[in-house]
Design a protein around this ligand. Structure first.
Ligand SMILES: [Zn+2]
Ligand SMILES: [Zn+2]
Ligand SMILES: [Zn+2]
Ligand SMILES: [Zn+2]
Length: 288
């Protein structure tokens, strides 16, 4: 027997629960998966809760950490990893608590990625197939090339917030014992199953061309923390002021409907405050 796992999903995005216990269970049963890694930004509280609630499945507690150099995923975490450190320091902290570090979508230009740094950082695996980027071809091609050049283990995952899309692409780990999953990923005992998620054309184009009438991305939702409408990527960078701290920043990512903008540090603070309210996450756990 082997274990089929989607190693990168977001159950919560900017304070909104997208995948709850029942939805995750239904999706795993439908897709015939053994489990997922819940890799939300900023906080691991919901991942811990799902692990507690879904004992019949494998729920790996993870976090997509927002480093200074781009996103880094920690898998098998016991504690939240501090955001906004260097990628190298972040990877060190993931390893310190017995986790493994994966570079997600290293060449996805619209996202916050490690880029060429992926070729030298002490990561354990590279996400060579990101379901969201599947239809774009080039980002995943470059990721695979980087992994092959370094002879580093590879994983495939969806990176979705959409319960129905979980497991569209996944990693089959060639071990039977769930306790050996991380070790198996680190040593490349995996088989990848790659199927792209549908490209959200309407969402991307409306956002790029400054439409204010944009429905949330169907496969990876990122709601505005101020008004709940969707955030989207604009064609050009504009100078914005963070609504919470006043910091000036050039950005392409804003709330489409009401032009709200928060800097990423304030986005993290608001997310952690919401976690504290929703799950009673302790003050120490949410200290930035
Ligand atoms: Zn990411
Ligand atoms: Zn992600
Ligand atoms: Zn807004
Ligand atoms: Zn701010």
């Amino acid at each position: 027997m082997t274990l089929k796992l989607d190693l990168h999903i977001h159950s919560v995005s900017n304070g909104k629960i997208h995948v709850d216990c029942d939805q995750l269970k239904e999706s795993l049963l439908k897709k015939g998966l053994h489990g997922v890694a819940v890799t939300n930004f900023f906080d691991i509280s919901h991942a811990l809760l799902l692990k507690e609630q879904l004992k019949e499945f494998i729920i790996i507690v993870g976090q997509e950490v927002w480093t200074k150099d781009g996103h880094v995923i920690g898998l098998g975490l016991k504690e939240r990893v501090t955001d906004f450190l260097s990628a190298e320091e972040t990877i060190g902290r993931i390893h310190e608590q017995g986790g493994i570090a994966v570079a997600p979508h290293p060449y996805l230009f619209v996202s916050f990625c490690l880029g060429e740094k992926v070729t030298s950082l002490p990561i354990d695996a590279i996400e060579v197939y990101n379901g969201l980027a599947g239809g774009l071809l080039i980002p995943n091609f470059l990721a695979k090339r980087a992994a092959q050049k370094r002879n580093i283990p590879q994983v495939a995952s969806t990176d979705t917030t959409d319960a129905a899309s979980i497991g569209q692409t996944y990693t089959e780990v060639l071990v039977e014992n769930p306790d050996r999953i991380l070790e198996a990923v680190r040593t490349g005992q995996v088989k990848l199953h790659k199927r792209a998620l549908p490209l959200p054309f309407a969402f991307v184009f409306k956002g790029l061309f400054y439409s204010s009438n944009v429905a949330p991305c169907p496969v990876h939702s990122f709601p505005c923390l101020v008004c709940g409408k969707t955030m989207a990527v604009r064609m050009f960078k504009d100078k914005r002021y963070c609504l919470d701290c006043g910091k000036e920043e050039w950005t392409r990512i804003v709330c489409c409907t009401n032009e709200h903008f928060l800097c990423i540090e304030c986005v993290a603070k608001r997310n952690l405050a919401i976690s504290q309210e929703m799950w009673g996450t302790t003050k120490e756990a949410i200290k930035i």
